[in-house]
Design a protein around this ligand. Structure first.
Ligand SMILES: *Cc1c(COP(=O)(O)O)cnc(C)c1O
Length: 221
């Protein structure tokens, strides 16, 4: 199967999931997660109409951005673990930074930016030690801090549910947390949740960005 064929199938599944949830399919945007796949694969997806791409490693993102600089309106989403010493690579290239988890990181991102950096806060809903992310009890405090941070444009929340458990309850929790934030006047309008194995459930729970890699590009070596 070609990348274009797989992409079409994912788009169809996104539409179906949105429609069965009574949502406007246009409110759900697909991020094609291209980490570890070559620039040529991104080109193929781009030629099939895909514009948003997700990368997890700063150096890889920078290299691909150079290789693909000829493609207009390609948008990069940095979805990986943030390291403060890499922020100067990430900030100028990223349309969204999905996994900010502290005001310190946010300030590092904003430090050299010429325009506000659009960010989402990573929430560690499973309270897993192996994962970075803000815990639910401090989330609204961190969100308020980021909202007040000059150079940051806070957009919403992202999560990666624990493996081997049903994702749907985690997705509903993230949606409820975003609502609680909005009730306090925080601009948490975007929800980044859902991967190849569970994006239809994420859409049912209100995802506005789904991050799909394997279902589009095949497995990563
Ligand atoms: C790799 C990755 C994805 C994509 O996962 P697939 O299962 O290949 O769709 C989504 N989100 C994050 C944060 C990732 O690191």
């Amino acid at each position: 199967m070609t990348i274009a064929t797989r992409l079409a199938a994912v788009r169809q599944a996104i539409n179906d999931a949105a429609q069965s949830a009574g949502r406007d399919p246009a409110a759900v945007q697909l991020i094609a997660v291209s980490k570890t796949h070559p620039a040529q694969a991104i080109r193929e997806a781009y030629d099939a109409g895909q514009r948003h791409f997700g990368e997890s490693y700063a150096q890889e993102l920078a290299q691909k951005a150079r290789d693909l600089a000829d493609l207009p309106d390609l948008r990069w989403h940095f979805i990986g673990r943030l390291q403060t010493n890499k922020t100067s690579l990430i900030t100028p290239l990223s349309y969204r930074v999905h996994a900010v988890h502290s005001a310190r990181h946010a300030r590092a991102l904003a430090a050299r930016a010429t325009e506000p950096v659009a960010c989402l806060i990573a929430v560690n809903l499973g309270e897993e030690a192996s994962k970075t992310g803000v815990s639910t009890d401090t989330l609204l405090t961190v969100a308020a801090e980021l909202h007040a941070c000059e150079g940051i444009s806070l957009r919403g929340l992202m999560t990666l549910p624990p493996r081997g458990e049903p994702s749907a309850p985690y997705f509903s929790t993230l949606a409820a947390l975003a609502q609680a934030g909005r009730d306090e006047g925080l601009p948490l309008t975007e929800l980044s949740m859902g991967m190849s194995g569970d994006y239809p459930q994420a859409i049912a729970a209100g995802a506005t960005w789904v991050r799909v890699g394997t279902a589009i590009f095949g497995s990563r070596s």
